[in-house]
Design a binder for this molecule. Structure first.
Ligand code: FAD
Length: 382
């Protein structure tokens, strides 16, 4: 894989082993079917248990059957999955990062012991339900409510864009309570719950997103996670944006490598097109941005492991890497000429999939505002 600055020398043996393990599996088991499943708008569901056997779900979480690997190893696993297929990586990010991460961070001992071991094996699939029809970036002002009743709470409202929403065993559901925004563990067989797949997606077609409706859904008190406040949403996103930064990198590298290979092979005017200065300039721009993004994500991983990564730091890496991935995909598409729009060359699929990466877990603008707040001490949000 592209490694112009020998970033490999900064990794431990264990980190390289995790990366190589995920690389072999995803190239053999995910990549060959990615285009076909994307075109049909279908998720590679029969690969989920195999992913569980790979031993990376749960990432840095220690105990409860989770791998407890370093942040860099986890990031590299996301990078490798994304190199193979962006949609499958979103399944992984939602399940492992957002859902398992929230349970590990906010759950009670009982909740962690009940859910994390089967989730680590990918026998139970996780979802993370935050976004609402009227609250995307502005997730602090959720309108889905949980009203206290005898023995638990009644949930009413709706969610939108929820990944893994069609096949989850447990969802981390964020709602307004009288005390503020709080997470609940929500099970799909709850009476009053309905969901509708979101159709017409032209990005991330091989992973499902659903709209959810909750009508007087009873959630027992034991499913309440013992934290309150929007700062907890910000806290989980602080961590998960780190692996989105690595995943975006995986897509950027896939596009760059496709362009490089094409530039070395495709003959025009009696020469490989890679011999032309204008084509080289595009390849150099991609390789430079990828190298900078690799260093950003790796240092961010080290800071996370040391407990020093701030929200601004992870927001910066997520925004930067999804932006450079978007730029690399566009440049790679250009270098491939007409072939660039063919499914067989993967680049166009990455190009449209990255549009979603650029927007979820905080848009480019929102992540820059998080960095801006940290730099200035002044918040642009109300
Ligand atoms: C494929 C996909 C998967 C997703 N999966 C999940 C999931 O599993 N769970 C979940 O809860 N959500 C999920 N989401 C939702 C995602 O997090 C939101 O789409 C995202 O937060 C942006 O919200 P929005 O789409 O409502 O855009 P909006 O918030 O309406 O933003 C529209 C535009 O306005 C800009 N904007 C908004 N506010 C400001 C501001 N203050 N200053 C400057 N610009 C601003 C934004 O940057 C953006 O360009 C997913 C989305 C997609 C596309």
């Amino acid at each position: 894989l592209t490694d112009f600055y020998r970033i490999d020398t900064l990794l431990t043996e264990d980190e390289c082993e995790v990366r190589d393990r995920v690389r072999s599996w995803s190239r053999e088991r995910i990549a060959p079917r990615a285009a076909d499943y994307w075109e049909r708008g279908e998720f590679q569901a029969d690969r989920v248990l195999e992913l569980g056997e790979l031993g990376v779900a749960g990432g840095t979480i220690a105990g409860y059957g989770c791998p407890g690997i370093s942040a860099a190893a986890y990031g590299l696993a996301s990078q490798e999955l994304a190199y193979a297929d962006s949609s499958f990586t979103t399944f992984f990010g939602v399940h492992s990062g957002l859902a398992m991460g929230s349970i590990a961070r906010f759950g009670t001992e009982e909740q962690k012991a009940r859910w994390l071991p089967t989730m680590a094996r990918c026998e139970t699939i996780g979802a993370f339900a935050l976004t609402e029809p009227d609250h995307g970036s502005d997730a602090a002002h959720l309108e889905t409510t949980a009203t206290p009743v005898d023995g638990g709470l009644l949930v009413n409202g709706g969610k939108r864009w929820i990944g893994n929403g069609d096949n989850f065993g447990v969802a981390v559901l964020w709602v307004q309570t009288p005390e503020g925004v709080a997470p609940f563990l929500f099970e799909p067989d709850t009476p009053g719950f309905t969901r509708t797949p979101m159709l017409g997606k032209i990005a991330k077609r091989a992973v499902t997103n659903v709209e959810m409706r909750f009508t007087d859904c009873f959630v027992p008190e034991s499913n309440r996670m013992p934290v309150t406040g929007f700062r907890n949403v910000a806290e989980i996103l602080r961590v998960t944006r780190h692996h989105v930064s690595w995943a975006a990198l995986g897509e950027a590298i896939a596009c760059y490598e496709a362009a490089l290979e094409h530039a070395q092979r495709r003959m025009q005017f009696g020469k490989p097109i890679g011999a032309f200065q204008l084509v080289q300039a595009k390849l150099v721009e991609m390789a430079t941005e990828i190298t900078k993004a690799q260093l950003l994500s790796l240092q961010l991983s080290r800071l996370l492991d040391a407990g020093q990564a701030t929200a601004g730091m992870t927001a910066m890496a997520k925004a930067n890497n999804s932006k450079i991935a978007r730029d690399c995909a566009r440049l790679a598409r250009e270098v491939l000429g007409g072939d660039g729009i063919l499914h067989q060359r993967d680049v166009m699929r990455h190009l449209v999939d990255i549009e979603a990466v650029y927007t979820f877990e905080g848009t480019w603008d929102i992540n820059r505002l998080i960095v801006g707040r940290e730099l200035t001490g002044l918040s642009a949000f109300s």
